[in-house]
Structures are given as structure tokens and as C-alpha cells.
Design a protein around this ligand. Structure first.
Ligand code: HQG
Length: 186
């Protein structure tokens, strides 16, 4: 489903509050990343970003990356992945496909070559199951580079992989030796 244009701005604020900075709406998240919906809506209004319940329901339903989930009775909401704050969303560990793709900016490659792909400010390194998605992720930071990752070999070597409910693959780090250097595309 397509996300409405009018929901992009409130969606960005939700992403900030539910992944990185709940204090921006003067709310707290619990240990599993859940925010109380009433408190969230009141906090958004206080922050000058009024969102009504119908809009929130629509954002969760139509968000282009299915970034958010409600609990069963819709009294709580959380982001499915992408947090920089330490919460445990109960990610499912899963065996990865042989290849995964990390989209980055070409200008980060020298540092990535030296340190591997590291999680930076987030809780995990984010990987995509197809190169096109990875290219879009990388483009957010500048001229993109798509790094194919030998996830099958990583898994055999004991690295753990998780799949968020919206289909993003996550792991702790990707040492450079698992990046298929000859297949990097720009
Ligand atoms: C890079 C979006 C230098 C890394 C996307 C990335 C994604 C290094 C940047 C999700 C490095 C971090 C996450 C190293 C990694 N030296 N740079 N050693 N290791 N980097 O935004 O993966 O739209 O925290 O390559 O779709 O870009 O928000 O991570 O370029 O799934 O739902 O450091 O965010 O999802 O940037 O994006 P980010 P990301 P949403």
C-alpha cells in the first residue's frame, strides 16, 4: 500500500520518537520498545506535531516499510527495528539467505575496509535481501555502494542473524572478509 504524502512528516517524527529520542515527545518506551498510544498522541501534540488516532492507525497500516506495530488491543505501539536506544523488540533469529546486501555511501568504504561494517549509532547492522533496496538505503548517505555479504559463510562461522517483522536482516557486525569485494557495485 502506498503511503500518503501527508503522512510523511508525522511519520518522520514518529520514527524519531519511537527509535531514537522518546524525550522529543516527553514519553518513555518500555524495555521492549513499546510506547503507550495515549501518552504518545498527547506528547506529539505537546511537541507541536498533532497526530490523531486515525492518522496513527493509517501510518502503521500504510507505512511504506511497515516500520511500526501495535499490540493486540492497539493501546501500545513500537518501531519494528532501527533503534539507536537499547530496547529488546524480541527479534527473531533466523538462518540468512546465502547473500545479503549492505547499502552504504562510497565515501565510507575506506573506513569499512579497515573496520568492517559496524552498527554505528544503531543497535544492529542493517542488511537487505536484494541489491536494489540496499542501493536506496546507501543513497540516503551520498553516492551509493552496494556491498554483497557472504551471509551463508558468516552463519556457518557462528554469526547470528535476525529478521525484523518488516523483513530487514540484522546482525552485530560484518567483518570485511565476508564482503564480496569483487562484486561491489556503485
Ligand atoms: C556506515 C533505514 C564508516 C553504514 C534504512 C551506513 C535501513 C560505516 C552508516 C536503516 C562503517 C550508518 C539503517 C564503518 C558502517 N565506517 N561507516 N566502519 N560501518 N558504516 O542510517 O544501514 O528508512 O545508521 O554503511 O532503510 O544506512 O529508517 O544505517 O551508511 O534499513 O526505516 O554508517 O535505516 O530504514 O547509517 O540504515 P545508518 P543504514 P528506515
Amino acid at each position: 500500500m502506498e503511503q500518503s504524502k501527508r503522512d510523511i512528516e508525522p511519520g518522520r517524527f514518529l520514527s524519531l520518537v519511537l527509535r531514537h529520542n522518546p524525550a522529543a515527545a516527553q514519553i518513555r518506551l518500555d524495555a521492549h520498545g513499546w510506547a503507550d498510544v495515549d501518552a504518545l498522541l498527547a506528547g506529539c501534540a505537546r511537541a507541536g506535531k498533532r497526530i490523531d488516532r486515525e492518522t496513527l492507525e493509517r501510518i502503521v497500516r500504510e507505512n511504506n516499510k511497515q516500520r511500526y506495530s501495535f499490540n493486540d488491543d492497539h493501546t501500545k505501539i513500537r518501531a519494528n527495528q532501527g533503534h539507536s536506544i537499547a530496547v529488546d523488540v524480541g527479534l527473531n533469529q533466523a538462518p540468512p539467505p546465502d547473500r545479503l546486501y549492505h547499502g552504504t555511501a562510497a565515501r565510507f568504504l575506506e573506513s569499512i575496509r579497515a573496520e568492517g561494517i559496524t552498527r554505528q549509532s544503531r543497535q544492529h547492522v542493517h542488511l537487505s535481501s536484494d541489491p536494489e533496496t540496499a542501493r536506496k538505503v546507501g543513497s540516503r548517505h551520498g553516492a551509493p555502494a552496494v556491498l554483497p555479504v557472504d551471509a551463508g559463510r558468516m552463519a556457518r562461522d557462528g554469526f547470528l542473524f535476525y529478521r525484523s517483522v518488516n523483513g530487514v536482516w540484522l546482525c552485530e557486525q560484518v567483518p570485511w572478509k565476508y564482503v564480496l569485494e569483487s562484486e561491489i557495485s556503485y
